[in-house]
Design a protein around this ligand. Structure first.
Ligand code: UD1
Length: 361
């Protein structure tokens, strides 16, 4: 079979890497070979948001880069569609595999479906029920035209079945982001930062959701609060470019050390050894759950509720009082330990490749 794999934004690279490794392993087993073409849409393009991930995750450079870059949602989506349609018409495939919920995911799924190519969605079925999130729109549109779903949780399966998807198209396989985590944990690299992370505690902070960062005043209030309630514990904050573009005068935050976006293996080191993680990311809620590191999520809802129900995560929303209370509890050692959700065991990608081989051969 021939597969076209799509990646466009930072979390996508982490999700496709183990699938590529599992395909290589499958092909080495003398099974019916799976050929693939890796298409990078260019949604993320900086070395720190893209290139370094290919090195850290040991994946081949993309066969094709559509080089779309940053634009408004409509323009970025449209540019990806136009460029990917040209690619797919020149290089036919049996199946387009998309991951996650970014604009590249939705854009390439639409193009494939309209050209009569089967669409496979890894991480299908997640729902935040919050239509203000661009990712929720991407999830709903992608899943409405997906042929086969590979899911991370039983709840995702239920969501799909409730939307009328037949059970024979849904495969709960686990979490490919956790596959990358499991295979990279012992390769984590201590980043060079000012704070002495080898001996002193620290909190790790990430923020990039438009709802938290696009309004500069709201963003500054949030960072001021975290700066204050950290009560002397250093906060390490690798800044996403969207967030950096809104922040001025960062010297005034005494407790916060601002960092550039980090390579995967360095970020992994910080996450694994953090006293607490404060974030608005989707993937980090899952990774901290696997690592059993306390996580506070600055969102009102999550498409990954198992990280709260059985993991180490808690939703904080915009409630700065709740943030202070929870952070204080974590720093004084009072937090749930959490459990790892079923099938988040490092083998999701192998399951995906086994299913693909059966479905398409
Ligand atoms: C995108 C995804 C989001 C995901 C996030 C991970 C969508 C709708 N959003 O958000 O779901 O969680 O990626 O990071 O697809 N920029 C750079 N260099 C880069 C990439 C971006 O400087 O390599 C800057 C640009 O100014 C750009 C801004 O960051 O306008 C935001 O990038 P964009 O891809 O539009 O969205 P993200 O916020 O990264």
């Amino acid at each position: 079979m021939h597969l076209t794999i799509i990646a466009g934004a930072r979390p996508n690279f982490v999700k496709i890497a183990p699938i590529i490794h599992a395909i290589s392993h499958h092909n080495d087993q003398d099974a019916a070979k799976i050929d693939f073409c890796l298409v990078h849409t260019g949604q993320h393009y900086d070395e720190k948001m893209s290139g370094s991930f290919f090195k850290d995750l040991n994946i081949p450079l993309p066969d094709v880069n559509l080089n779309v870059g940053s634009h408004s949602h409509a323009e970025q989506t449209a540019k990806i569609m136009v460029a990917f349609e040209k690619h797919l018409m020149n290089q036919p495939t049996d199946c387009v595999l998309v991951v996650g919920d970014v604009n590249s995911t939705m854009a390439c799924a639409i193009v494939a479906k309209k050209l009569g190519v089967k669409v496979v969605h890894v991480e299908g079925g997640l729902r935040s029920r919050d239509m203000r999130m661009p990712e929720e729109i991407n999830r709903l549109l992608t899943d409405s035209i997906t042929d086969y779903f590979f899911t991370t949780s039983a709840l995702a399966d239920t969501n799909l079945l409730n939307e009328g998807v037949t059970a024979d198209r849904v495969f709960m396989v686990g979490n490919t982001m956790i596959d990358s985590l499991v295979s990279s944990l012992d390769k984590a690299v201590m980043p060079k930062v000012e704070h002495d992370i080898a001996t002193a505690e620290y909190i790790l902070l990430t923020l990039h959701r438009p709802s938290n960062v696009d309004d500069a005043h709201k963003l500054e209030t949030l960072i001021e609060t975290i700066d204050r309630v950290a009560s002397g514990v250093k906060v390490l904050f690798p800044i996403h470019p969207r967030t950096a573009s809104k922040l001025t005068n960062i010297e005034r935050f005494d407790n916060i050390e601002f960092l550039s976006p980090l390579p995967y293996l360095e970020f992994l080191y910080l996450m694994k050894n953090a006293k607490a993680v404060v974030t608005d990311s989707g993937g980090i809620q899952e990774e901290t759950t696997y690592l059993k590191v306390p996580c506070l999520t600055l969102r009102e809802n999550t498409e990954r509720p198992e990280t709260i129900e059985i993991g180490s995560n808690q939703l904080i929303g915009n409630d700065l009082v709740a943030l202070e209370k929870s952070l204080t509890a974590i720093l004084s050692g009072n937090w749930k330990k959490g459990e790892v959700p079923p099938l988040w065991d490092g083998n999701a990608s192998k399951r995906i490749v086994d299913h693909l081989a059966q479905l398409f051969n």
